[in-house]
Design a protein around this ligand. Structure first.
Ligand SMILES: *Cc1c(COP(=O)(O)O)cnc(C)c1O
Length: 397
């Protein structure tokens, strides 16, 4: 993949027909460094947020040694770029996938949230004596912009018996939860950890690991969460209150927070009608969340020579390329009025749940790809110190 200092510099020499995914590997490295340095335990990357090989490679290079995966194809993708430990944390798995995960991919860590699933794992791993089993418990997702509640998780009534049964068969036993994606209140983690503490006390079962899942936020124009250090303080405080704190490993599974800053999509404006800009990517490309989750992404004009078109006083909305009316991105997006047909825009913060949700509807959904060396428009992480320019943390691309 070719690297350029900025999107405008790239566009000085190219007139891309397709939307362009622009990866900033230094932003990935910075996020991974931050989590590894500041989370008091093991950091897993939740592969589903972005499983592009250069993303996985950059994270592995930056010190992420374990990956949360939900399917065999995800395991294959991770294995192709990194010799990492795989955690199969999807609470519902097919029998054959469990057997292949254990036998072919060396997976030893599995999540479950019911007796049926637990028995399935035990049967398909032939009574293995090297399993780490995580009980997924249900927890409120009230502090999250994208709640995941209701699909998975054992209730407070079911959990003690499940924990007891798993304790008899697991070499290591853990509890896990997910507070919902883009959790904008740090107390989400404290409250769920308190729930874990109550479960340990009420069941009388000691656990070896607590995996606090994902949900760590990124910055967007519609969502400015507190700093991630506030989240870490809350987690440390709540974990310290657990009865098992001295013997228990803490894990987390950030997806969004590790990758959101690191990718932007460069789109071309093909028409303007009033405030509506018709662009060449949209809801069925990398911008799903702008159409279906009310997300507003940061936007700027990157046409060479037109980066400064005056005050950004116009409230724009976008339409994507397919004919479907659902491909409408209401925003509003803040852009100068003089943006028009032929202009290129950089739409930032699409690294998480962007390219992975793109499909080929109406013949669209294919991207060119480049690397950019400049800073993302928004970031949860400060400027990273580099001692020898851009190659301080060079990666294989
Ligand atoms: C999706 C998912 C994550 C990552 O969630 P983010 O909100 O992107 O951090 C982590 N763990 C599990 C089990 C998931 O399903």
């Amino acid at each position: 993949m070719k690297a350029y200092p900025t999107a405008a510099e790239y566009l000085r020499h190219h007139r891309p027909e397709r939307p362009v995914l622009a990866l900033r590997p230094h932003a990935l490295a910075r996020a991974a460094d931050w989590f590894v340095a500041n989370f008091p335990g093991r950091v897993l990357y939740a592969t589903k947020a972005n499983d592009a090989p250069p993303v996985l490679a950059a994270l592995a290079e930056a010190g992420i040694r374990a990956f949360d995966v939900a399917s065999l194809p995800e395991m294959e993708r991770v294995r192709q770029v990194a010799d990492a430990e795989l955690y199969y944390m999807n609470p519902i798995k097919s029998r054959s996938a469990i057997a292949r995960a254990y036998g072919d991919f060396g997976v030893r860590c599995f999540a479950f949230d019911s007796h049926d699933e637990l028995e399935k794992i035990l049967a398909e791993t032939n009574g293995a004596d090297d399993l780490t089993l995580f009980l997924r418990i249900a927890c409120p997702n009230t502090h999250s912009l994208i709640p995941l509640e209701g699909k998975y998780g054992a209730s407070a009534e079911e959990a003690p018996a499940l924990l007891l049964r798993a304790r008899q068969r697991a070499t290591r036993l853990g509890i896990t939860f997910h507070v919902g994606s883009q959790a904008v209140v740090p107390a989400a983690f404290g409250e769920a950890l308190t729930q874990v503490g109550q479960l340990i006390v009420s069941s009388g079962v000691l656990v070896d690991a607590v995996d606090i899942g994902g949900g760590f936020p990124a910055r967007y124009p519609h969502s400015e969460p507190p700093g991630l250090d506030c989240y870490m303080e809350e987690i440390v405080r709540a974990a310290d209150a657990l009865a098992v704190k001295h013997s228990c490993e803490l894990l987390c599974e950030p997806g969004r927070a590790l990758v959101a800053d690191a990718e932007a999509v460069i789109v071309r404006v093909d028409a303007r009608r009033g405030n509506a800009l018709y662009i060449n990517d949209g809801a069925f490309g990398a911008l799903f969340d702008a159409a279906f989750s009310g997300f507003r992404f940061p936007v700027r004009c990157v046409t060479p020579g037109r980066e400064d078109l005056g005050p950004a006083d116009r409230r724009s909305r976008f339409y994507g390329p397919p004919a479907d009316i659902a491909d409408y991105l209401p925003g509003p997006f803040v852009l100068p009025e003089r943006i028009g047909e032929g202009d290129y825009l950089e739409i930032g913060q699409v690294g998480a749940y962007g390219r992975v949700l793109a499909n080929r509807f109406n013949g669209f959904g294919a991207f060119d790809e480049i690397v950019l060396r400049d800073e993302p428009m928004l970031s949860m992480f400060g400027e990273r110190q580099r001692d020898d320019g851009e190659d301080a943390r060079s990666i294989r691309l």
